[in-house]
Design a protein around this ligand. Structure first.
Ligand SMILES: Cc1cc2nc3c(=O)[nH]c(=O)nc-3n(C[C@H](O)[C@H](O)[C@H](O)COP(=O)(O)OP(=O)(O)OC[C@H]3O[C@@H](n4cnc5c(N)ncnc54)[C@H](O)[C@@H]3O)c2cc1C
Length: 600
């Protein structure tokens, strides 16, 4: 008799998939998928980060990659059970390829695969030294001239980059560079992080004084070393800075602080980079095989150019250089922009006794932090989720299992519920003149983040100040020009100003490639970030994945890494495995290398 329970259904399907794939029968395998199916692969089949949408794309990928990949042993993951709700059966799964072990997630609809996530957990023969394989630390026995751990670390620090070259150089030692380097250390890939700031964590420390993380602690853990259970929900910026500094030290990273990358060039013949850095004022030339730009999505300020900026007599700076409100008590401040930084800075200035006006050019998506936590994140990243057995790794994988193509469909109801719950709040903001949106298709904050990385404020208090008029607002206007003491707006309003803050956002990460490598390489690589959703600031065509992030680019040996803490944690796993495989000479034929449609 057929087993109708979820476990039986999933096992039955996985057996059929295993059989078809082992026999190289692509058509039989494709028959197991729904017409509207999605197969998201993180490195196992494609050596890429890629979603196959629909049977045709699944078929094409399998035709190209099945013979090499040699998948086997598909089954429900050890210790897990499938479950069924609303007609969808889902389960954690495991499988192997010729070179790796994989973990994943499957959803079945009407007995066929609707979504499939396949991710690489480890390379066979190159597993991380954990559990029974953890290092001894002590060397028992007797040995002449033995070196201590400290001496070995000092010797490595003295050699690497001088008498011995690293395999990988990461430019940028923020949370992205640090998380990736921690994984590469465990995989034994010699790596140097070069960071122009003095200490790990400085990129957070140097931001405006009032900043706390907008994402809650459950979303923010770094690989290997989660925050303790008493860590605050929203980390103050200097505290996260200290955590990163501690982390870089205990994870034994080769972190070159006060070191600026000046130039990098790639030699196609030797397949090697020449990376010129200034370390404590001295030039050092590094020769890695792989170069990772972890220079930050929020690190290349977009500074507008307005007539009269050169004659303005007050202070003016980009939000990234805002020192905090202390010296602006009783001063008149104009903040240009209406996203996160603008709101945080306005609120801190108001608290310090400044007379603040926000200039809002176009609509902004605002969502109350509480509502976002409860309705947007709680199922996966919250204390309740932890209490109900959700782990960070599983939460990340569930998130990853929802195909980008239909992610907005899952998000729209969440933001509709938030709009309903906070209807009065939104009304009050509109009454104050604030221009609101909820995303082009009402899909809210997370889609805006993935599509354009901007256009929102997670409200931690500033919106009330706008609603009650404490922070003054000029909306639907642009800056026309500055005079010696005024900001003149497009509707003719003259705002007196002692300080102008340009909270005008950040440029594309491929600007870093242009600065550090060349315009030609930056153009070959194209725009970084965004999905090609054909919504505001995310032009089509549809790409299906974040452009250029964590995956091979059109430039051999060049990678981009970063994003929020969740993304740095999750995707560093797949980037580190791609780098390790290359170092070990494991063939890594990339399927579906992203085409370039936009330069920046
Ligand atoms: C106001 C604000 C609030 C934010 N809130 C959150 C939040 O709550 N949660 C969250 O996860 N993210 C948040 N972010 C996004 C945040 O920027 C990123 O999550 C995080 O900083 C990205 O880390 P990163 O390592 O990719 O880049 P960064 O932290 O920006 O690090 C990049 C590093 O590269 C270095 N660098 C650049 N060029 C060179 C060079 N040529 N040589 C050497 N070093 C170089 C820089 O000095 C910098 O330290 C926020 C960002 C801003 C601006």
């Amino acid at each position: 008799m057929l087993d109708k329970a979820p476990n039986g259904k999933v096992s039955g399907l996985l057996n059929a998939l295993d059989k078809a794939l082992s026999a190289g029968e692509v058509e039989h395998a494709v028959d197991l998928f729904q017409t509207d199916c999605y197969w998201r692969d993180l490195v196992t089949f494609t050596w890429n980060i890629k979603t196959m949408e629909g049977k045709e794309q699944v078929r094409d990928m399998l035709k190209a990659r099945l013979a090499d990949t040699k998948p086997s042993n598909w089954k429900i993951a050890d210790g897990e059970d499938a479950s069924e709700a609303d007609g969808i059966i889902e389960s954690w799964i495991q499988f192997e390829t010729e070179v790796a072990r994989g973990f994943g997630h499957i959803r079945l609809k009407d007995g066929r695969i609707w979504t499939l996530l396949t991710t690489m957990s480890e390379l066979k023969g190159h597993e991380e030294p954990v559990g029974f394989d953890r290092p001894m630390g002590a060397k028992h026995g007797a040995e002449r001239n033995r070196k201590t751990w400290k001496e070995e670390r000092e010797a490595e620090a003295a050699e690497l980059g001088y008498s011995r070259q690293p395999y990988c150089v990461i430019v940028g030692g923020g949370q992205g560079g640090i998380a990736l380097a921690a994984r590469l250390r465990q995989l034994n890939v010699p790596t140097i992080i070069v960071e122009k700031n003095e200490r790990p964590g400085d990129s957070w420390r140097k931001r405006y004084k009032s900043l706390c993380l907008h994402d809650p602690v459950w979303y923010d853990h770094l690989p290997y070393l989660p925050f303790p259970r008493n860590w605050p929900v929203f980390s103050p910026k200097d505290k996260i800075g200290d955590w990163l500094e501690m982390y870089a030290k205990v994870m034994e990273l080769n972190y070159w602080g006060s070191t600026e990358c000046k130039k990098a060039s790639y030699d196609d013949k030797s397949r090697e980079w020449t990376v010129i850095v200034q370390r404590h004022g001295k030039e050092v030339v590094l020769k890695p095989k792989q170069l990772v730009l972890a220079t930050g999505m929020s690190a290349k300020p977009n500074m507008p150019k307005f007539e009269g900026m050169d004659i303005f007599k007050g202070d003016q700076h980009h939000s990234s250089h805002h020192p905090g409100p202390d010296k602006y008590k009783n001063k008149k401040v104009v903040v240009i922009g209406s996203n996160n930084s603008a709101h945080d800075i306005c609120a801190a200035l108001w608290e310090a006794g400044a007379d603040v006006t926000m200039v809002q050019r176009s609509t902004t998506h605002v969502v109350k932090s509480d509502s976002l936590m409860e309705l947007g994140l709680a199922a996966l990243y919250s204390e309740q989720a932890v209490q109900s057995g959700m782990t960070t790794a599983k939460a990340d994988l569930i998130f990853a299992s929802l195909p980008y193509k239909i992610l907005h469909e899952f998000q729209i109801p969440v933001y509709n519920a938030i709009r309903e719950r906070d209807a009065d709040y939104y009304k009050r903001l509109e009454k104050a003149g604030f221009l609101l949106d909820y995303g082009d298709d009402d899909s809210g904050l997370f889609m805006k983040y993935l599509r354009r990385g901007s256009g929102y404020y997670i409200d931690v208090g500033a919106s009330e100040l706008i609603a009650n008029g404490s922070i003054k607002l000029k909306s639907g206007v642009d800056v026309k020009k500055l005079t010696e003491h005024f900001v003149i707006l497009s509707d003719g309003t003259e705002l007196p100003a002692d300080l102008v803050v340009y909270a005008t956002g950040y440029g594309s990460m491929n600007g870093w490639a242009a600065d550090l490598i060349s315009r030609e390489v930056a153009d070959n690589v194209g725009k970084v970030w965004g999905l090609g959703s054909n919504t505001t600031k995310d032009p089509g065509p549809w790409e299906g994945e974040q452009r250029n992030m964590w995956k091979p680019t059109q430039q051999d040996g060049l990678w981009f890494h970063g994003g929020n803490l969740h993304q740095s944690r999750h995707y560093s796993q797949f980037l580190s495995l791609q780098l390790k495989a290359r170092m070990e000479g494991i063939p890594t034929p990339v399927y579906g290398l992203q085409k370039v449609h936009h330069l920046s």
